[in-house]
Ligand binder design. Structure first.
Ligand SMILES: Nc1ncnc2c1ncn2[C@@H]1O[C@H](COP(=O)(O)OP(=O)(O)O)[C@@H](O)[C@H]1O
Ligand SMILES: [Mg+2]
Length: 327
């Protein structure tokens, strides 16, 4: 398969002015400027094939957005190189942008005060999208993303989920070969997330390469056959998601509130009672040994329960475990 992205020893260092606390420190800072270097990306290398769907996961501050900004030509790296669709993004930005679509979850590319429709007209003009292609795409987006209902609303009046769908459509209007999505699911509720994921699957099936950053392991498990995990500007793991998944997300925590005093449960292989407080018990389950549903069934059958919450380890915990060699 052809590589559509090649990244070689890519680094991005930010210099930040170090500031002391207090009145005199501020004056001192003013006279002798001390800088600290943050290695947002530290010699990162990888390649991505055409048509792939790759997830980049990592805790806050890991360097995900910095990587996306370099790959989309917004930032120039300190050293190293990136080639995407045959272009060096930060050097050939004008020609390059026709090939890519970008969505930043935290920020919209649509015009805030204008009706959604006007933003699409503007983008059509900017990207020189032929009339026929524009019509076909708008029809497709209306069908799959159901964005027609709010075409006449100003962007600022849309819900986050609606806005995200419009942003997705906008990024695909000019038929890019590759789309970069920086935390597209951030802040979305369960239903909006589900719809967005289904849409992305369809887009990828059409042959569009997708690079998605997230700190939600759920996005990755659902969408991306390959995962690149970053932390402190470095790649921690680059592997098929199923391999990583087996390792990192096998633990689930169940928090169970019983009606009345909780029963005496015993530890067994793959199931550990972590704490017991009042009516509440916390259990961890190794899902390679027991499924969450089987444990829940077992408990619900025997005992009266008020509430159960299930949680999985955060990405921060997973990264820490990988460092400690526990996984
Ligand atoms: N413009 C900037 N100036 C200084 N430091 C920055 C800047 N942008 C990002 N950083 C720092 O670089 C690191 C990586 O940031 P970022 O790429 O935004 O991470 P992520 O998207 O994974 O949360 C962080 O330590 C962040 O504080
Ligand atoms: Mg980010």
């Amino acid at each position: 398969m052809n590589d559509i992205i090649r990244v070689n020893n890519l680094s991005k260092h930010y210099k930040i002015l170090q500031r002391g606390e207090g009145r005199f420190e501020i004056i001192k800072t003013f006279f002798s400027r001390k800088y600290k270097t943050v290695k947002a990306l530290d010699k990162v290398s990888f390649t991505i094939g055409e048509g792939d769907f790759v997830g980049i996961i990592g805790p806050n501050g890991a360097g995900k957005s910095t990587l996306i900004k370099i790959l989309t030509g917004i930032l120039t790296p300190t050293s190293g190189e990136a080639v995407v669709t045959g272009f060096v993004p930060y050097k050939q930005r004008k020609k390059y942008v026709q090939n890519i679509g970008v969505v930043f979850g935290q920020r919209t590319q649509l015009w805030w005060d204008l009706p959604v429709r006007d933003s699409f007209d503007m983008l059509k003009y900017i990207y020189k999208v032929p009339e026929k292609q524009f019509k076909t795409n708008m029809k497709k987006f209306a069908e799959i993303l159901e964005i027609n209902d709010y075409m006449l609303k100003p962007v600022r009046k849309l819900s986050l989920g609606e806005r995200m769908r419009c942003d997705m459509a906008a990024s695909l209007l000019h038929n890019p070969k590759i789309i970069f999505l920086d935390e597209p699911t951030i802040g979305l509720d369960v239903e909006a997330k589900y719809k967005l994921r289904e849409f992305l699957k369809e887009v990828n099936k059409l042959g569009v390469t997708i690079i998605l950053t997230t700190h939600d392991m759920g996005d990755i498990e659902e969408l991306c056959p390959r995962t690149i995990m970053v932390d402190h500007g470095k790649i921690v793991i680059d592997a098929p998601t199923k391999d990583i998944k087996n390792k990192i997300s096998s633990q689930r925590t169940l928090l169970i509130d019983f009606k009345g005093a909780p029963p005496k449960l015993k530890n067994k292989k793959g199931m550990k009672i972590v704490s017991k407080e009042g009516d509440r018990i916390m259990i961890t389950i190794d899902t390679r040994k027991h499924s969450v549903s089987s444990v829940m069934k077992m408990i619900l059958k025997k005992y009266e329960v008020d509430d159960i919450t299930i949680s999985e380890p955060s990405i921060e915990e997973n990264v820490r475990k990988i460092y400690r060699g526990e996984l």
